[in-house]
Design a protein around this ligand. Sequence first.
Ligand code: GLC
Length: 631
Amino acid sequence: MAALTDLSPERRELFELRVERWLPDLRSALASLFDDRAAATLETRLLAMAGAAYAERPDDLHRLDQTRILRPDWFQSPHMIGYAAYCDRLAADLPDLHRRLPYLHELGVTYLHLMPLLRPRPGDSDGGYAVADYRSVRPDLGTVDDLRELASALRARGISLVLDLVLNHVAREHAWAQAARAGDPKYRDYFYVYPDRTQPDAYERTLPEVFPDFAPGNFTWDDELGGWVWTTFNSFQWDVNWTNPDVVAEYVDIVLWLANLGVEVIRLDAIAFLWKRLGTNCQNQPEVHAIAQALRAVLRMAAPAVLLKAEAIVAPDDLVQYLGQGRHHGKVSDLAYHNSLMVQIWSMLASRDVRLAAHALGQLPAVPSTTAWICYLRCHDDIGWAIDDGDAAAVGLNGFAHRAFLSDFYSGEFPGSFAEGLVFQANPATGDKRISGMAASLAGLAAAERAGDPDAVTPAVQRLLLAHAIVLGWGGIPVLWMGDEVGLPSDDAWASEPGHESDNRWLHRPRFDDDRAAAATVPGTAAQQLWSGLRHLVATRRSLAPLHAATPAQVLSPDDPGVLPVLRVHPEGELLELFNVTEHWRPWSAHRVHAVGIHHPVDALTGAAVTPDEQGRLWLAPYQAMWLVEG
Ligand code: GLC
């Protein structure tokens, strides 16, 4: 391989060893995507790309690779804390973002996801998810050099930079789409283009709509193309054709480029949608896992420090596949969003009942011990009620009715609800109503603060801290969404920016609020209680070896419908977490604590021993989280 000839024999040998290790994964992935000839040709191409990227990899990143190989579980450590933000909402631009690093450091952040910042199309770009050029940065945010510099500044502080790779679609303005529109057949093959409605109609019969409000249907007529182009999301986001080996090679090249810039985690946006199959919903097809496997194998050869993170917001059964099940075990993404956990936390808070969550989360198959969930309470997207009908039925609920209840509850329509969200993309055909809103608004804090009602502020703060205790106690990488650490409310002015009018997800994508952050240092404010409560959770989490992501979270059967029990069994000792999701005192039987091997329970969160009452019950205060360990 030409690229390797200038390297020292040791460096060359190291690459050869990595190829030896990862080639079988790459080969089996390509074999399940392409015929033998195409797979062999593509394999040669991808190996050459990996070799070139390896040879060009800067020395500091090469060293990072070596340290990560020595500590392959680095991202599973209880020290990991993630934070996600829009660069221009957290600071002015990339160079200006450096001034936020002390703040992130204080919070204990080790992983920073900056929302899409590669050059998007002008105007509405779906929050940057319509990329016009993967090789440049959005001009008002800075340059590629600024990005590289930020990545190394973050690394120097022990923070891994996470960036999106939007790989299901490009903007209509991307060079590939422009070439396709200009009639270049090579680039027309980069997309799914149909001359008439025959094929689109056949697919539509089983395709759901992602944005039924502002982008109904999955195909868009384009005059210049003279055809219908597949557009799962907005009409300006053209799905790329992953059955074309050239497309695979393009994205491998982009992945390697991002890796050599210093990006440490690559978020595979909307990965569920990459492969289409007639007669299906064109999500979660087996080939999407083969694609992840191929990307990972190449990355492990050239830049093993870099992780892949799957963004698949799908039903529980499909979700676990993204961390590798069956033949993909240990071979696909290292990280995946725990959408089910997020949904179940909101469901428990609304219903004050843990039985559905305990059943649904307890049903999830084991994930490989080398992976980690991304655990979160909120993200930049809406909340879709991914609750399985079977799970609901198992605890005597009707899935449809429960999902409708959650939508009504979080949009504030349900009598007695504490929440103030907005409905996103109501779909009369399916009855789906997704929800937008900041955590503080969904948990009732924003309304309580506006009303100046301390009796409502207290439970709202407790609710938010409890929810975060579940997230931080789950064992993957907990990711906080900018503003939630200080209880920032939904952005009332969300619609005032051009291009945002019809997309109320901007409600929960506010700008960083310096006043609110300052309030976090003023004792007695809700912001301060949240900030210090979270920092305490972060510090406690760090001290608990059982919160390593390789230790499974076992959901036990609930003793009391208001208390979620989660057990983690680790060689250094058991951790039994109890979460009271109600505003009332709730009991838990001491013998069940003893039964898991904890004889002198101490709550790691308070440092105090927990003693049962005369009837042998432990009592949890309203919304209390207990992390019990042996004293
Ligand atoms: C992902 C993003 C979402 C975006 C969609 C299309 O789901 O999180 O914000 O709209 O992909 O790129």
